[in-house]
Design a protein around this ligand. Structure first.
Ligand SMILES: Nc1ncnc2c1ncn2[C@@H]1O[C@H](COP(=O)(O)OP(=O)(O)O)[C@@H](O)[C@H]1O
Ligand SMILES: [Mg+2]
Length: 134
């Protein structure tokens, strides 16, 4: 069962904080541990920060999912920005076209159970992540 979705427009640092907090709250309400809720919030921070840095604005959708044996949170971060020329490279630890550390995307991937990234040059980027309660 898909529960109510939360859409958050991402265009400034306050939106990042709000998305982070909302992800954390949803995770806790779904029964995730505080550790998992923090991991989810961190993954949300990374992909929303990338939206601001590289695409200027975008949105994130948080979807709680209840299944018979497990609950999950699906996080979709979408932007209509420049896209990523080489996803393989972008997913490598330490690769950054900015002045930052380049651990955002590979870090986020390690924090969740499912991670998918699609990107098209000049069209935008969509990152879909899911974490399951067990
Ligand atoms: N939403 C995005 N749109 C365009 N490029 C992106 C986006 N997210 C990430 N990238 C590219 O992928 C690279 C790696 O991202 P990341 O691992 O978060 O490292 P960092 O943000 O520290 O550079 C970025 O430097 C940037 O070139
Ligand atoms: Mg980053």
């Amino acid at each position: 069962m898909v529960l109510e979705q939360t859409h958050i427009v991402i265009e400034n640092d306050t939106d990042i904080l709000y998305a982070r907090q909302k992800g954390r709250e949803l995770a806790l309400s779904l029964g995730f541990s505080t550790t998992d809720a923090t991991l989810i919030a961190t993954a949300i921070s990374e992909v929303t920060r990338n939206i601001i840095l590289y695409a200027r604005h975008g949105e994130i959708t948080l979807t709680p999912i209840e299944e018979e044996k497990r609950d999950g949170l699906v996080i979709v971060a979408h932007d209509d920005g420049p896209g990523i020329p080489d996803i393989g490279l972008a997913m490598q630890d330490g690769y950054s076209t900015g002045k930052s550390l380049g651990f955002g995307l590979p870090g986020a991937r390690r924090l969740v159970d499912d991670f998918q990234i699609t990107s098209e040059l000049g069209v935008g980027t969509t990152i879909t992540m899911a974490k399951w309660s067990n």
